[in-house]
Design a protein around this ligand. Structure first.
Ligand SMILES: [Zn+2]
Length: 235
Protein backbone atom coordinates (compact mmCIF):
# COMPACT_ATOMS: atom_id res chain seq x y z
CA UNK A 1 0.00 0.00 0.00
CA UNK A 2 1.20 3.52 -0.72
CA UNK A 3 1.67 5.79 2.24
CA UNK A 4 0.99 9.53 2.49
CA UNK A 5 1.91 11.90 5.28
CA UNK A 6 1.03 15.55 5.87
CA UNK A 7 3.84 18.10 6.04
CA UNK A 8 3.97 21.87 6.51
CA UNK A 9 5.62 23.14 3.32
CA UNK A 10 6.68 26.72 2.63
CA UNK A 11 6.39 28.03 -0.93
CA UNK A 12 9.86 29.04 -2.14
CA UNK A 13 8.40 32.02 -4.05
CA UNK A 14 5.69 33.65 -1.87
CA UNK A 15 6.72 32.01 1.43
CA UNK A 16 3.17 30.90 2.23
CA UNK A 17 3.14 27.82 4.42
CA UNK A 18 0.57 25.15 3.66
CA UNK A 19 -0.20 21.61 4.77
CA UNK A 20 0.37 19.13 1.98
CA UNK A 21 0.17 15.40 1.70
CA UNK A 22 3.40 13.86 0.40
CA UNK A 23 4.23 10.27 -0.44
CA UNK A 24 6.38 8.32 1.99
CA UNK A 25 6.14 5.23 -0.21
CA UNK A 26 4.51 4.22 -3.44
CA UNK A 27 3.28 0.74 -4.30
CA UNK A 28 3.10 0.58 -8.07
CA UNK A 29 1.42 -2.81 -8.15
CA UNK A 30 -1.54 -1.50 -6.17
CA UNK A 31 -1.50 1.79 -8.08
CA UNK A 32 0.29 1.64 -11.47
CA UNK A 33 -0.57 5.28 -12.06
CA UNK A 34 2.02 6.22 -9.43
CA UNK A 35 4.77 4.66 -11.54
CA UNK A 36 3.70 6.83 -14.47
CA UNK A 37 3.60 9.89 -12.27
CA UNK A 38 7.10 9.17 -11.00
CA UNK A 39 8.37 8.89 -14.58
CA UNK A 40 6.66 12.19 -15.40
CA UNK A 41 8.31 13.85 -12.37
CA UNK A 42 4.92 14.35 -10.75
CA UNK A 43 5.40 12.69 -7.35
CA UNK A 44 5.53 15.03 -4.34
CA UNK A 45 4.93 18.04 -6.54
CA UNK A 46 3.14 20.86 -4.70
CA UNK A 47 1.10 23.63 -6.29
CA UNK A 48 1.06 26.77 -4.12
CA UNK A 49 -2.48 27.90 -3.27
CA UNK A 50 -1.47 31.56 -3.37
CA UNK A 51 0.94 32.10 -6.22
CA UNK A 52 0.29 28.82 -8.07
CA UNK A 53 3.97 27.95 -8.30
CA UNK A 54 4.56 24.23 -8.80
CA UNK A 55 7.59 22.79 -7.09
CA UNK A 56 8.84 19.35 -6.15
CA UNK A 57 9.64 18.52 -2.56
CA UNK A 58 12.70 16.29 -2.34
CA UNK A 59 12.26 13.87 0.52
CA UNK A 60 12.87 10.17 1.14
CA UNK A 61 10.59 7.91 -0.88
CA UNK A 62 10.24 4.15 -0.93
CA UNK A 63 9.44 2.63 -4.32
CA UNK A 64 7.83 -0.79 -4.08
CA UNK A 65 6.84 -3.15 -6.88
CA UNK A 66 5.87 -6.40 -5.11
CA UNK A 67 5.09 -8.24 -8.37
CA UNK A 68 8.67 -7.78 -9.57
CA UNK A 69 10.16 -7.97 -6.08
CA UNK A 70 11.67 -4.52 -6.51
CA UNK A 71 12.17 -2.21 -3.58
CA UNK A 72 14.25 0.94 -3.93
CA UNK A 73 14.71 3.65 -1.37
CA UNK A 74 15.35 7.19 -2.60
CA UNK A 75 17.10 9.42 -0.09
CA UNK A 76 18.01 12.70 -1.78
CA UNK A 77 21.41 13.55 -0.38
CA UNK A 78 24.82 14.74 -1.53
CA UNK A 79 28.15 13.19 -0.62
CA UNK A 80 28.35 15.38 2.47
CA UNK A 81 25.22 13.65 3.78
CA UNK A 82 26.07 10.18 2.59
CA UNK A 83 26.27 9.03 6.20
CA UNK A 84 22.79 10.44 6.88
CA UNK A 85 21.42 8.71 3.80
CA UNK A 86 22.89 5.39 4.80
CA UNK A 87 21.59 5.76 8.36
CA UNK A 88 18.09 6.47 7.04
CA UNK A 89 18.44 3.42 4.85
CA UNK A 90 19.45 1.27 7.82
CA UNK A 91 16.46 2.60 9.78
CA UNK A 92 14.17 1.71 6.90
CA UNK A 93 15.54 -1.85 6.76
CA UNK A 94 14.85 -2.26 10.46
CA UNK A 95 11.34 -0.94 10.00
CA UNK A 96 10.72 -3.32 7.10
CA UNK A 97 12.09 -6.25 9.03
CA UNK A 98 9.37 -5.73 11.58
CA UNK A 99 6.72 -5.61 8.87
CA UNK A 100 7.72 -8.57 6.72
CA UNK A 101 6.86 -12.13 7.73
CA UNK A 102 9.96 -13.93 8.97
CA UNK A 103 9.79 -16.63 6.31
CA UNK A 104 9.69 -14.15 3.44
CA UNK A 105 12.88 -13.87 1.46
CA UNK A 106 14.30 -10.35 1.76
CA UNK A 107 13.11 -8.36 -1.24
CA UNK A 108 15.52 -6.78 -3.67
CA UNK A 109 16.25 -3.43 -2.09
CA UNK A 110 18.53 -0.66 -3.25
CA UNK A 111 19.51 2.84 -2.22
CA UNK A 112 19.59 5.75 -4.68
CA UNK A 113 20.09 9.45 -4.11
CA UNK A 114 18.20 11.22 -6.89
CA UNK A 115 15.01 10.81 -8.89
CA UNK A 116 17.09 10.25 -12.02
CA UNK A 117 18.96 7.40 -10.34
CA UNK A 118 15.66 5.95 -9.13
CA UNK A 119 14.12 5.95 -12.62
CA UNK A 120 17.30 4.45 -14.09
CA UNK A 121 17.32 1.69 -11.47
CA UNK A 122 13.65 0.84 -12.05
CA UNK A 123 14.20 0.38 -15.80
CA UNK A 124 17.34 -1.64 -15.22
CA UNK A 125 15.72 -4.04 -12.76
CA UNK A 126 12.59 -4.34 -14.88
CA UNK A 127 14.85 -5.40 -17.76
CA UNK A 128 16.17 -8.19 -15.52
CA UNK A 129 19.66 -6.69 -15.29
CA UNK A 130 21.99 -6.73 -12.32
CA UNK A 131 22.78 -3.23 -11.05
CA UNK A 132 26.28 -4.18 -9.87
CA UNK A 133 27.24 -5.44 -13.33
CA UNK A 134 25.72 -2.37 -14.99
CA UNK A 135 27.65 -0.08 -12.65
CA UNK A 136 30.78 -2.11 -13.32
CA UNK A 137 30.31 -1.56 -17.07
CA UNK A 138 29.96 2.16 -16.36
CA UNK A 139 33.10 2.02 -14.25
CA UNK A 140 34.93 0.53 -17.24
CA UNK A 141 33.50 3.18 -19.58
CA UNK A 142 34.59 5.98 -17.25
CA UNK A 143 38.09 4.66 -16.74
CA UNK A 144 38.68 3.80 -20.40
CA UNK A 145 37.43 7.20 -21.61
CA UNK A 146 38.96 9.27 -18.82
CA UNK A 147 39.60 12.27 -21.07
CA UNK A 148 36.04 12.58 -22.37
CA UNK A 149 34.21 11.24 -19.36
CA UNK A 150 35.11 13.11 -16.22
CA UNK A 151 32.83 11.73 -13.47
CA UNK A 152 32.83 15.15 -11.79
CA UNK A 153 31.04 16.73 -14.74
CA UNK A 154 29.53 13.82 -16.69
CA UNK A 155 27.04 11.25 -15.56
CA UNK A 156 26.54 7.94 -17.34
CA UNK A 157 22.99 6.63 -17.32
CA UNK A 158 21.73 3.26 -18.44
CA UNK A 159 19.30 3.75 -21.31
CA UNK A 160 16.73 0.96 -21.36
CA UNK A 161 14.78 2.41 -24.25
CA UNK A 162 17.58 2.10 -26.81
CA UNK A 163 19.04 -1.12 -25.44
CA UNK A 164 18.21 -4.29 -27.34
CA UNK A 165 19.18 -7.94 -27.68
CA UNK A 166 22.58 -6.98 -29.16
CA UNK A 167 23.68 -4.03 -27.11
CA UNK A 168 23.25 -2.14 -23.87
CA UNK A 169 23.09 1.63 -24.24
CA UNK A 170 24.34 4.31 -21.94
CA UNK A 171 23.86 8.05 -22.33
CA UNK A 172 26.30 10.71 -21.22
CA UNK A 173 24.60 13.52 -19.34
CA UNK A 174 26.27 16.77 -18.40
CA UNK A 175 25.81 17.13 -14.65
CA UNK A 176 25.40 20.91 -14.75
CA UNK A 177 23.28 21.49 -17.86
CA UNK A 178 21.47 18.10 -17.68
CA UNK A 179 21.91 17.91 -21.47
CA UNK A 180 22.29 14.48 -23.03
CA UNK A 181 25.50 14.58 -25.02
CA UNK A 182 26.41 11.18 -26.37
CA UNK A 183 25.40 7.56 -26.48
CA UNK A 184 27.77 4.73 -25.70
CA UNK A 185 27.08 1.08 -26.41
CA UNK A 186 28.26 -2.13 -24.86
CA UNK A 187 27.90 -5.45 -26.57
CA UNK A 188 25.43 -7.63 -24.67
CA UNK A 189 27.90 -10.48 -24.83
CA UNK A 190 30.15 -8.52 -22.45
CA UNK A 191 27.31 -8.32 -19.94
CA UNK A 192 26.53 -12.01 -20.43
CA UNK A 193 30.16 -13.01 -19.94
CA UNK A 194 30.44 -10.89 -16.79
CA UNK A 195 27.16 -12.22 -15.49
CA UNK A 196 28.24 -15.80 -16.04
CA UNK A 197 31.60 -15.13 -14.46
CA UNK A 198 30.06 -13.58 -11.39
CA UNK A 199 27.38 -16.25 -11.16
CA UNK A 200 29.95 -19.00 -11.14
CA UNK A 201 31.70 -17.39 -8.22
CA UNK A 202 28.86 -17.23 -5.72
CA UNK A 203 30.27 -14.47 -3.60
CA UNK A 204 31.15 -12.25 -6.59
CA UNK A 205 34.07 -10.86 -4.56
CA UNK A 206 35.32 -8.34 -7.11
CA UNK A 207 31.92 -6.76 -7.60
CA UNK A 208 31.10 -6.77 -3.91
CA UNK A 209 34.47 -5.28 -3.16
CA UNK A 210 33.94 -2.47 -5.67
CA UNK A 211 30.29 -1.92 -4.79
CA UNK A 212 29.62 -3.10 -1.25
CA UNK A 213 26.41 -1.03 -1.13
CA UNK A 214 23.95 0.05 -0.01
CA UNK A 215 24.53 2.69 -2.67
CA UNK A 216 25.83 1.07 -5.85
CA UNK A 217 27.19 3.76 -8.14
CA UNK A 218 30.26 3.80 -10.38
CA UNK A 219 30.24 7.58 -10.46
CA UNK A 220 30.06 7.86 -6.66
CA UNK A 221 32.92 5.38 -6.39
CA UNK A 222 35.10 7.34 -8.83
CA UNK A 223 34.26 10.66 -7.18
CA UNK A 224 35.17 9.23 -3.81
CA UNK A 225 38.60 8.49 -5.25
CA UNK A 226 38.78 12.04 -6.64
CA UNK A 227 37.42 13.98 -3.67
CA UNK A 228 34.08 15.37 -2.45
CA UNK A 229 31.03 14.90 -4.66
CA UNK A 230 29.21 18.07 -5.76
CA UNK A 231 25.60 18.55 -4.66
CA UNK A 232 23.20 16.98 -7.17
CA UNK A 233 21.47 19.71 -9.19
CA UNK A 234 17.68 19.94 -9.49
CA UNK A 235 16.24 17.42 -11.86
ZN1 LIG B 1 3.56 30.59 -3.50
Amino acid sequence: MSELKTYPIRCPRCQREQSVELYESINVQADPNLRQRLMANDINVVRCKDCELSFRVDKPLLYHDPARRIMIYLVPFGAADLGTGERQFADLLLRLEGLLPADLRAPHIGLVCSRIELVERIFLLEAGLNERIIEYLKYLLYTRNAERLNPATKELLFNAEDSNAESLCFVVQDVETRKLEAMLKYDRSVYAALSEMFDRDEQTPRLLELFPGPRISARALLLKELGPEPEPPES
